[in-house]
Design a protein around this ligand. Structure first.
Ligand code: NDP
Ligand SMILES: O=CC(=O)O
Length: 319
């Protein structure tokens, strides 16, 4: 039987490429740079499957891919999928939940610790040779342990962060979600709060909701004003869940103490973005799941999702 055609717009580890080649006729974008959109639109004209990491899967693309049956993203977030258009064109979308939860939760803890203890700022100071003996008050940070952690978005990753906060750092953990999770509350001894209460009472606020029309600018001017002046805000969800201009102003005016950011409204972040020059802001280039082990597991899951969706054999994580 002829194998179905699959295009991957990302290079894949050899073991995953071999797995795919057993099942499908695979072609891969062989450069490490982002594939230009116009080339992608050419490549998808006669394929049945696509592996992506963030390209917009929208009407424009779907119109040009008459044979497309399934798109598999190597990510858990799928805000780049126009799910309505995909349903219209009968294209299955798959993603990679669970395999990255611990890795992303670790990074969120790293952002919390880095912002609270001012790690990047003090690392840079030490490396500049500016460490002098004497009064070290100017280098003081704030404690993480035993503080109040508020998590907005108690999903797979939110729960994994809650576990770390509670069991690793003895934090008092609360959360806000559209739906309550009594079993998680009981298991982890965490508390449900309204968004308003969580914002005004937490020392650390972690945003972990998916990006959707409902969560665009979920945290803006009003929400930053509700936070304590000593609050540390962490965003590892998507840049657009936060009104970045409002966050910049909140940091400039001292309405919050610090921020730890893995994501930005525009990625890669503009070099002129004021957040990049603020000492009390820890900035990372969207690396939540970026360990070799986890990215490998995500790519393998994406490959298996796609093969299952195309062949109808086995299960896959549909969006
Ligand atoms: N920085 C990085 O590298 C990474 C970022 N991410 C981001 O993290 C997101 C979350 O991932 P994951 O935990 O697996 O997703 P889940 O779907 O498991 O969790 C998302 C949670 O957010 C809640 N939520 C959704 N909409 C709202 C809303 N309007 N108000 C309040 N709560 C809401 C959901 O609960 P309910 O629907 O009941 O409200 C759910 O509990 C991804 O979508 C992605 O954008 C993920 C991995 C890596
Ligand atoms: O941002 C990463 C993801 O997996 O979603």
């Amino acid at each position: 039987m002829t194998k179905q055609k699959v295009f991957s717009e990302k290079q894949l580890p050899q073991n995953i490429q071999s797995y795919l080649e057993e099942h499908v006729d695979l072609k891969v974008w062989d450069k490490s740079t982002q594939m230009p959109r116009e080339l992608l639109l050419k490549e998808i004209k006669d394929v049945q499957g696509l592996i992506t990491t963030g390209s917009a899967i929208n009407e424009e693309l779907l119109q040009q891919a008459p044979e497309l049956k399934a798109v598999s993203t190597i990510s858990v977030g799928y805000n780049h999928f126009d799910t309505e258009a995909m349903r219209k064109y009968k294209v299955i979308g798959t993603h990679t939940p669970y395999v990255l939860d611990d890795t992303v939760a670790d990074l969120v803890m790293a952002l919390m610790l880095s912002a609270a203890r001012r790690i990047p700022e003090l690392d840079a100071m030490t490396k500049r040779g500016e460490w002098k003996k004497g009064d070290d008050n100017p280098r003081f940070g704030v404690d993480v342990h035993h503080k109040k952690l508020g998590i907005i978005g108690m999903g797979r990753i939110g729960e994994t962060i809650a576990k770390r906060g509670k069991n690793g750092f003895d934090m008092e953990v609360s959360y806000f979600n559209r739906s309550r999770k009594p079993e998680v509350e009981e298991k982890l001894h965490i508390e449900y709060k309204s968004k308003d209460d969580l914002l005004s009472e937490s020392d650390f606020i972690v945003l972990m909701v998916p990006l959707s029309p409902e969560t665009k600018h979920f945290i803006g001017e009003k929400e930053f004003k509700q936070m304590k002046n000593s609050a540390i805000f962490i965003n590892a969800s998507r840049g657009q869940t936060v009104d970045e201009q409002a966050m910049i102003e909140a940091l400039q005016k001292g309405e919050i103490l610090a921020a730890g950011l893995d994501v930005f409204e525009q990625e890669p972040v503009e070099p002129t973005n004021p957040l990049l020059t603020m000492k009390n802001v820890v900035t990372l280039p969207h690396i939540g799941s970026a360990t070799a082990e986890t990215r490998n597991a995500m790519a393998m899951l994406a490959a298996k999702n796609l093969v299952a969706a195309l062949t109808g054999k086995g299960t896959y994580y549909s969006v």
